[in-house]
Design a protein around this ligand. Structure first.
Ligand code: CNA
Length: 253
C-alpha cells in the first residue's frame, strides 16, 4: 500500500510544472529535535505557550522564555539534517522545483543544500536587541546561554536579546511570507511534510495552492485538518518515505 502511495506521489511530482515543499517540525524529529504537538514531545506539556512563547510573555519574563527554549536550542545546535531534508534538497535536480516553505527555526533545510527556503517562523541564525534592534550572530549567544543559563543582553545598550524566532503575537517576516505565498500560488503540487497544519497563518498557505488549482500531497505521522483536501495522504515517517519518493522519481526520469 505504501509503495503504491510512493509511486503515486512520484507520478504527481513528475507531472507538475512547479513543485514546492511545505514543512513543519515533524521533518526534523528524526534529527532528534522534538516537535510541539506529537504526544509526549514535552515542549508544550509543562508550559503555557502564551506565557513562555509570546512576545508579551517574553517582554515581561525573558528568563521563562529562555528556560522553556533551552532543550530545543540545545538539540537544535547539535542537530544534523536527516534523510528527509536531503531528499527535499534533491528534488531541486528534477527541474520543476520552486521552493521550500518551512515553519522550522532549525535551519536544517539550508544545511541539507536546499537553495530557496522561506523561513516563516524565523531562525536561530541571529538574535536581535528588543530595544536598539542591533543584530548579532545567535550561535555564540545561545552557546553561552546553554553554559551559564543567564539571559543574554545587548553589548550595545544592555537590553535583552531575542533570537530571531517568531513568537505568538508577532508578525511573520513579510518578505518570507510574500515569497512563500507567491510560490504557493504558482505551484501545481505542494508536498507537505511533518506539520500538524494547526498554526495559522502558516497553515493557510497550502490553501492558496489548492485555490489556484494545485494538488496537495501530505506526509505526516498523524492526521491533519487538510487531509480531506489532499490528493494523496501518507501517514508515515518522513525520513523513510521522502527518500523513497526521490528514488522512485529517479527511476522514472
Ligand atoms: P507540530 O504542530 O508540532 O506538528 C508536527 C507534526 O509532525 C505532527 O502532526 C506529527 O504527527 C508529525 N510528525 C512528527 N514526526 C514525524 C515524522 N518523523 N514524519 C512525519 N511526520 C511527523 O509542528 P508544526 O511545524 O506543524 O507547528 C508549527 C510550529 C512548531 C512552528 O512554530 C515551529 O517553529 C515549531 N517548531 C519547530 C521546530 C524546529 O524548528 N525543528 C521544533 C519544534 C517546534
Amino acid at each position: 500500500m505504501v509503495s503504491q502511495d510512493i509511486r503515486a506521489a512520484a507520478a504527481l511530482l513528475k507531472q507538475a510544472r512547479s513543485v514546492i515543499v511545505f514543512t513543519g517540525a515533524g521533518i526534523s524529529t528524526p534529527s532528534g529535535i522534538p516537535d510541539f504537538r506529537s504526544p509526549h514531545s514535552g515542549l508544550w506539556t509543562n508550559a503555557d505557550p502564551m506565557e513562555v512563547a509570546s512576545i508579551y510573555g517574553f517582554r515581561q519574563n525573558p528568563a521563562a522564555f529562555y528556560n522553556w527554549i533551552y532543550p530545543l536550542a540545545k538539540v537544535t545546535l547539535a542537530a544534523k539534517p536527516n534523510a528527509a531534508h536531503y531528499a527535499v534538497a534533491e528534488l531541486e535536480k528534477f527541474g520543476n522545483f520552486g521552493a521550500v516553505i518551512t515553519q522550522n527555526i532549525d535551519m536544517l533545510h539550508s544545511r541539507a543544500g536546499s537553495t530557496t527556503v522561506y523561513e516563516l517562523h524565523g531562525h536561530l541564525r541571529e538574535a536581535t536587541c528588543i530595544h536598539c534592534f542591533a543584530v548579532y550572530p545567535a550561535e555564540p549567544i545561545i552557546t553561552r546561554y546553554l553554559e551559564d543559563r543567564r539571559v543574554p543582553y545587548c553589548p550595545g545598550c544592555g537590553s535583552v536579546l531575542k533570537p530571531n524566532v517568531i513568537l505568538f503575537g508577532e508578525q511573520l517576516p513579510i518578505q518570507q511570507l510574500l515569497g512563500a505565498q507567491d510560490a504557493a500560488r504558482k505551484a501545481d503540487v505542494m508536498l507537505i511534510v511533518g506539520s500538524s497544519l494547526e498554526v495559522a497563518p502558516a497553515s493557510d498557505i497550502p490553501l492558496l495552492t489548492r485555490r489556484h488549482g494545485g494538488k496537495l500531497i501530505i506526509v505526516n505521522l498523524e492526521p491533519t485538518p487538510l487531509d480531506s483536501l489532499a490528493e494523496l495522504v501518507i501517514h508515515a515517517d518522513a525520513a523513510e518515505i521522502l527518500p523513497q519518493i526521490v528514488s522512485s522519481l529517479e527511476t522514472r526520469v
